[in-house]
Write a protein that binds this ligand. Structure first.
Ligand code: ADE
Length: 344
């Protein structure tokens, strides 16, 4: 039986991961959100720190957004953590802090799609919902030799239906994790380790020798290339930082003033950035270039340094901070690339 082989293999081979020591749906939720775009090795430390500081829904719901963002700093995709925080408030207010166990309620929590809902309900509550991520799509495509494009929603739907049918009675939790684990350790994207696979005898792709050609996935559209300009503005020994608007890509995180060069149909320059802030430059110098790759966008960054003659007119979304205080603010990786260029 596919299920028995898989579950026995999982029992013997599963990695010792911190979120596997609990069945607390809140903690599983945190782990799943962190794991959405980030590697397991990176997540472990973040997860431990986050859970230590916010051990319950109540602790997270009660926290200030800036502090929550600080605990996510460096993980990227910050809308994930803003949704997590919003979700915690909803669960605290509507469900007295208990993570719901009805799929309709779970799907209404911000940031939770079909995969994450299935993962939490199956792993934490042992309910028979499929959790189909990239790993599981790959495993099922190979085991059942599915030659449909996994980038198509109908292929995902088909595989979700198949996974649901395969969930063994009363074993949803381990089954979900065992599929993910097989995809992560054995049925890897390139050169899968078929000889070590518990589904060796069941795998149709392996039998016909096409395991390296599956899954079929059409290429996603090319990333948008965006030309950005940033200006590190210095006055005495302080630097001006600014908070990104709460709904944007880096919403709620802090950074240095900058613009997309061609935003709004005209060309932004260092001078226009400074003039918006009513800052008179004493001296402007180009510090260099940097690149940052997001999921759908690449930033090509020109970075300037300006010595300011005045402190300008700034609002609550701006602060003059010293080098020693910068760690108090959540600063995404992309701005650390800017930061690294500063000659203090
Ligand atoms: N990737 C997504 N969810 C996971 C989990 N629970 N364990 C390991 N890897 C994962």
């Amino acid at each position: 039986m596919i299920q028995d082989n898989l579950l026995n293999w999982f029992e013997k081979n599963k990695r010792d991961l911190p979120w596997r020591k609990t069945k607390d749906a809140y903690k599983i939720w945190v782990s799943e959100i962190m794991l959405q775009q980030t590697r397991v090795d990176t997540v472990i430390e973040y997860y431990n720190r986050f859970i230590e500081r916010f051990p319950t829904v109540e602790d997270l719901a009660a926290a200030e957004e800036q502090e929550v963002l600080k605990y996510w700093q460096g993980l990227g995709y910050y809308s994930r953590v803003r949704n997590l925080h919003k979700g915690a408030k909803i669960i605290w207010e509507q469900y007295t802090g208990v993570f719901p166990d009805h799929i309709e309620q779970v799907r209404k929590i911000p940031g939770i799609g079909a995969y994450t809902a299935g993962a939490i309900l199956s792993i934490a509550y042992n309910l028979p919902y499929p959790a189909v991520d990239g790993n599981v799509l790959r495993v099922f495509s190979r085991v059942f030799s599915i030659k449909e494009d996994i980038a198509q929603p109908q292929t995902v739907k088909l595989i979700e239906k198949m996974v649901k049918e395969y969930i063994p009675e009363g074993r949803a939790s381990d089954f979900t994790e065992s599929l993910m684990e097989l995809g992560a350790l054995i049925c890897v994207p390139v050169s899968p380790m078929c000889l070590a696979c518990p589904l060796y005898h069941h795998c149709e792709a392996r039998q016909t020798g096409i395991q390296d050609e599956l899954p079929i996935k059409t290429k996603k559209v090319k990333s948008k290339q965006v030309h950005m300009i940033f200006c590190v503005i210095r006055y005495d020994d302080k630097i001006l930082i600014t908070k990104n608007p709460s709904n944007g890509l880096l919403g709620g995180m802090w950074g240095v003033p900058g613009k997309e060069v061609n935003a709004g149909g005209y060309e932004h320059t260092v001078e226009s950035i400074l003039s918006e802030l009513h800052i008179q430059p004493e001296h402007i110098k180009k510090l260099g270039k940097a690149r940052h790759v997001f999921t759908h966008m690449d930033w090509d960054m020109d970075i300037y340094m300006c010595k300011a003659a005045n402190k300008g007119q700034i609002n609550q979304e701006h602060r003059w901070v010293g080098r020693e205080n910068i760690d108090d603010y959540p600063l995404p990786k992309v701005y650390q690339k800017v930061w690294e260029k500063i000659e203090w």
